[in-house]
Ligand binder design. Structure first.
Ligand SMILES: Cc1ncc(COP(=O)(O)O)c(C=O)c1O
Ligand SMILES: N[C@@H](CCSC[C@H](N)C(=O)O)C(=O)O
Length: 439
């Protein structure tokens, strides 16, 4: 696990943090706690996503945006008041963080300026010589940051097939400081057995941190902290906010000391989420349940449509997914990202460019449906040689399904498949070309 911070106690430099909350954590106190149970769920998740209990002086039902960098103090002695400076803490951000802790089943949540910012904060728990085990199918930006750490910070990074528990086991040692996992993986939608890997990692080194990127599923569908993870993070740019109008990242954990170290980095580097974006993320979180329900219903229909026309589709809602049972052992839904292949990158590009309703865009989790070619877009930061070694198909198309009418989405996709020459049209309809079927 992480070495102590160089200058002693985390949070020492931030005088407003001298107070302890009800559970004894060194948290910035909130003027508007979002839950009467201090960070624990009481109702069904769909209710808890919406339900907050604030203590606004005017009874504002939506926690206001405290658009202020500084907070006036009543004394010069320091540390008397809850807030002094927004980099160290802001009431709108604290309200959001309390709410996130509740829905992520965590003792502590922290909101930062992007998903990559979240991973950057977490990675600062590492020290030169530490070993990290991670997947061979990962979001491109994660791969890029890990490569930077390996090249410049003497962190040893092993990329293994994390869908193979034995492959992870073979790499684990007392030197393993962190195991960084994604499930389903982006973009190959492979499923990782988080409980087994977490158990094995902790058996080999009880201080190893198991970190899970839960962006693909969101707390609506999966709570990695409940199955052995030490830290969970997400890109709040995606499902949590849901409208592609902000960048955000969230981190959650149960260990108070880890939470304090993460907070120390956020305060020291200044990557805490702004008051305005905290407000927007809080608003987005409240509609997560209805958005995700509709998005996954649509995704299931689209996955079935493509499969029934002969395409090889990667989606854990399909029984044909090789790890269908493993996924459903811990997750509460299949999510709304799927990928499929055509056997020909030029054909795939023509499909993507022929769509009208599906926007050509990176990212996912938005109310609008998006289409992309990961090798050329979201994962272009992984060089072509590495992509080949990791068997990332260059013709892969990723669909990130939104909340539109499913028939409209299917109609637009059908027209694009025909227009791109990806299917053979017969009197009975159409079927994927042989190149796609022989995959
Ligand atoms: C799985 C995953 N994790 C993390 C990130 C990083 O999030 P952000 O773009 O908010 O920095 C992304 C996408 O960008 C992602 O797809
Ligand atoms: N140019 C960006 C690409 C962001 S990809 C966003 C998202 N995670 C996805 O998977 O689509 C970059 O270089 O990071």
């Amino acid at each position: 696990m992480a070495a102590p911070l160089p200058d002693g106690q985390p949070g020492k430099s931030a005088s407003p943090l001298q107070r302890l909350d009800l559970d004894g954590h060194n948290l910035p106190p909130s003027p508007a706690p979002s839950s009467p149970r201090n960070g624990r769920r009481r109702y069904a998740l769909a209710t808890e996503l919406v339900y907050t209990e604030g203590k606004d002086q005017y009874g504002a039902s939506s926690t206001p945006i405290y658009q202020s960098a500084t907070f006036k103090q009543t004394s010069a002695s320091g540390g008397q008041q809850e807030y002094d400076y927004t980099r160290s803490g802001n009431p709108t951000r604290t309200h959001l963080e309390r709410h996130l802790a509740k829905i992520m089943n965590a003792n502590r949540a922290l909101a930062v300026s992007s998903g990559m910012g979240a991973l950057d904060v977490i990675s600062r728990l590492l020290r030169p010589g530490d070993e990290v085990i991670t997947g061979d199918d990962l979001y491109g930006g994660t791969h890029r940051l890990l490569t930077y750490l390996a090249t410049n910070q003497q962190i040893v990074v092993y990329h293994v097939d994390t869908t193979d528990v034995d492959a992870v086991k073979a790499r684990l040692s007392e030197k393993t400081t962190m195991v960084l996992l994604e499930t389903p993986t982006n973009p190959l939608i492979k499923i990782v057995d988080i409980p087994s890997i977490a158990r094995l990692a902790h058996e080999v080194n009880e201080k190893a941190l198991v970190v899970v990127d839960n962006t693909m599923l969101s707390p609506m569908l999966f709570n990695p902290l409940d199955v052995g993870a030490d830290i969970v993070y997400e890109s709040g740019t995606k499902y949590l906010s849901g409208h592609h109008d902000i960048m955000a990242g969230v981190i959650a954990c149960n260990d108070a000391a880890i939470g304090d170290k993460l907070y120390f980095t956020i305060n020291s580097t200044g990557c805490g989420l702004s008051p305005n974006d905290s407000f927007l993320l809080m608003r987005g979180v409240k509609t997560l349940a209805i958005r995700m329900e509709k998005q996954q219903t649509n995704a299931q229909l689209i996955a079935e449509f493509l499969e029934s026309h002969g395409f090889r589709v990667r989606y854990p809602g399909l029984k044909s997914h090789p790890q269908y049972d493993l996924h459903w052992a811990t997750a509460r839904g299949a999510g709304a990202v799927l990928s499929f292949e055509t056997g020909d990158a030029a054909v795939s590009q023509r499909i993507v460019e022929a769509t009208r309703l599906w926007t050509i865009s990176v990212s996912f989790g938005c109310v609008n449906s998006l289409i992309s070619m990961p090798c050329q877009m979201s994962h272009a930061s992984i060089d072509a040689k590495t992509r080949k070694e990791r068997q990332m198909p260059e013709d892969l198309i990723r669909l990130c399904v939104g909340i539109e009418d499913a028939n409209d989405l299917i109609e637009d996709l059908s027209r694009s498949l025909v227009q791109a020459g990806a299917v053979t049209v017969t009197l009975d309809g159409f079927h994927a070309n042989e190149s796609a079927q022989s995959l």
